[in-house]
Write a new protein. Structure first.
Ligand code: ADP
Ligand code: MG
Length: 397
């Protein structure tokens, strides 16, 4: 789960990490009051969406201005005007895709006098199973180019969980960034607190870009992106409360409500499968036969009629879906029960695209008979590759 920049900065503030003062604005008419509560002389007006690259982004509507989702204002009036222009508009950045994201919240913060912009991130490194710290002197809005063109300018190391954070980790970052004197001590404190925050809140990603040296020599974090491990959210009610449902895929939200593991993808074949491993194998074999999966969907071990129906609704609500493949192994759940569930779902939701059903396991013959005799336009399949070939053929001809 991701959160907005202003929410991330709230957490950073709680952990004693230096960020600017700011106000969040949800309605254009509140922008002037919010900006007026801050001293100036520089206000930064920042579109809040769950995507980076806002500074270099552009709005779909020309009346939102041409300068992107992060703008510097020299007066309260100008700040309020920028906020008004951005609210409700669609911001397109390198991370949103062409469709962009609607801006429903604005963060107005104190402008800083920046001397240098660095990059700093904490991530889970799956190779070492440790938290890694990534830093670079080349921070700011082109970090993707740095990673691509001059990867040697990026310093990465991981922290042994047995010792946890030690001051030398922080010094390593500080020296890599070329910090001097008191800045080194300040940097060690910041990295220590970021590590603590990361661990205590079960984050899987924390990215600070830019991490700045200001003209007065002090350090400040001017942008923050945070991701949290959704499997640990049950023990972080405070983080869960920060969830902005308007930022989530509505299909994924519906799936969460019914305890379905669903991830939307870009292909044309909707998949309904039980078990994550079987779901992965099903996606692989669809690709093998020349098509692309529209989603990952694991209905879980207890695939009840209700769950199957909800899964169908979610799959068919995706306009990209040109065919559906149901691939269920009836172990604990019997195949005849699953077949009835699938048919009930088809009757309730309706079916406008070809549907292939492959069942295996307990009472499989009975299940197949139920499908064959249903009178519905459902194609029965004998095994996984047969099922994949049939659905690809039905979709691609
Ligand atoms: P994004 O990464 O989505 O483009 P950022 O928050 O990093 O958005 O802002 C883009 C750039 O705007 C930063 O690299 C920085 O140069 C500038 N900026 C952001 N916040 C401030 C601020 N409070 N004061 C001065 N400049 C800022
Ligand atoms: Mg940034």
């Amino acid at each position: 789960m991701n959160i907005h920049e202003y929410q991330a900065k709230g957490l950073l503030r709680d952990y004693g990490v230096p960020v600017s003062a700011g106000r969040v604005v949800l309605r254009a008419e509140d922008a002037k009051t919010a900006a007026g509560e801050m001293d100036g002389p520089l206000w930064v007006v920042k579109a809040q969406i769950h995507a980076g690259g806002r500074g270099k982004g552009h709005f779909k509507e020309p009346e939102a201005g041409e300068k992107g989702g992060v703008r510097l204002a020299r007066s309260v009036e100008e700040a309020a005007e920028f906020a008004r222009q951005m609210l409700g508009r669609t911001l397109v950045t390198i991370q949103t895709g062409e469709q962009g994201k609607q801006v429903n919240r604005i963060y107005i913060e104190d402008g800083s006098d920046i001397d240098r912009e660095f990059y700093l991130a904490l991530l889970i490194d799956r190779v070492t199973s440790r938290i890694s710290i990534v830093s670079s002197t080349e921070g700011g809005m082109s970090i993707e180019d740095v990673a691509h063109d001059t990867p040697e300018k990026i310093l990465t190391f991981s922290i042994d969980p047995a010792t946890g954070f030690q001051d030398f980790h922080g010094r390593r970052v500080a020296f890599g960034l070329g910090l001097q004197g008191n800045q080194i001590k300040q940097c060690v404190g910041i990295v220590r607190n970021l590590y603590k925050l990361f661990v205590e809140k079960d984050m899987d990603m924390l990215e600070i870009n830019p991490f700045c040296v200001l003209k007065d020599g002090s350090l400040k974090l001017l942008d923050a992106k945070m991701g949290f491990d959704s499997n640990a959210l049950y023990r972080h009610a405070d983080i869960l409360a920060l969830k902005d449902e308007t930022e989530e895929d509505p299909k994924e939200l519906a799936a969460q409500k019914f305890d379905l593991n669903y991830v939307a993808l870009d292909g044309e074949i909707g998949c309904m499968v039980n078990g994550a491993g079987l779901a992965m194998a099903t996606m692989d074999i669809i690709k093998l036969y020349g098509a692309e999966p529209a989603n990952f969907l694991d209905v879980g071990g207890g695939a009840t009629k209700e769950k199957v129906t909800e899964a169908f609704k979610i799959i068919t609500s995706d306009p990209n879906v040109k065919g559906i493949l149901v691939n269920i192994f009836g172990g604990i759940m019997r195949c005849d029960i699953i077949a009835e569930g699938v048919l009930a779902a088809v009757k309730e939701v309706g079916l406008k695209v070809p549907l292939v059903v492959r069942l295996e396991g307990t009472n499989v013959e009975l299940g197949k008979d139920i499908i064959r005799n249903s009178g519905l336009n459902v194609i029965a399949a004998d095994n996984l590759s047969d099922a994949a070939q049939k659905i690809v053929k039905a979709v691609k001809g």
